[in-house]
Write a protein that binds this ligand. Structure first.
Ligand SMILES: [Zn+2]
Length: 102
């Protein structure tokens, strides 16, 4: 799935290409003290699996700071599911539950 948005912007004689990442939050497995996949998200928190000691990096953009509590809860349940799959993947997908209306 492509999570990035390409925009071509023309301003006077200037043309710019804007690459907007729609992925404002990421959940990445920590291996040997480092995130298995690096991303450009500037803020992060460490979330631990409640079943084992596996740690994850919850990265989030500045725009998500007010939803971090919710993302943490979503991350925890995603990690619980991922535990059953033995934490095989490097990056766990997160879905914003607040966007669903029913
Ligand atoms: Zn686990």
């Amino acid at each position: 799935m492509n999570s990035e948005l390409d925009l071509d912007i023309t301003y006077g004689e200037y043309k710019a290409k804007l690459l907007i990442s729609r992925m404002a939050v990421s959940l990445t497995k920590i291996v040997d003290g480092k995130a298995a996949i690096s991303d450009t998200l500037t803020n992060s928190q460490t979330v631990k699996c409640l079943e084992c000691e596996q740690e994850f990096r919850l990265g989030y953009s500045d725009g998500e700071w007010n939803r971090v509590k919710d993302w943490l809860a979503i991350a925890e349940s995603a990690i619980r599911k991922d535990h059953k799959r033995k934490h095989e993947v490097a990056s766990v997908g997160l879905e914003w539950r607040g966007l669903r209306r029913r």
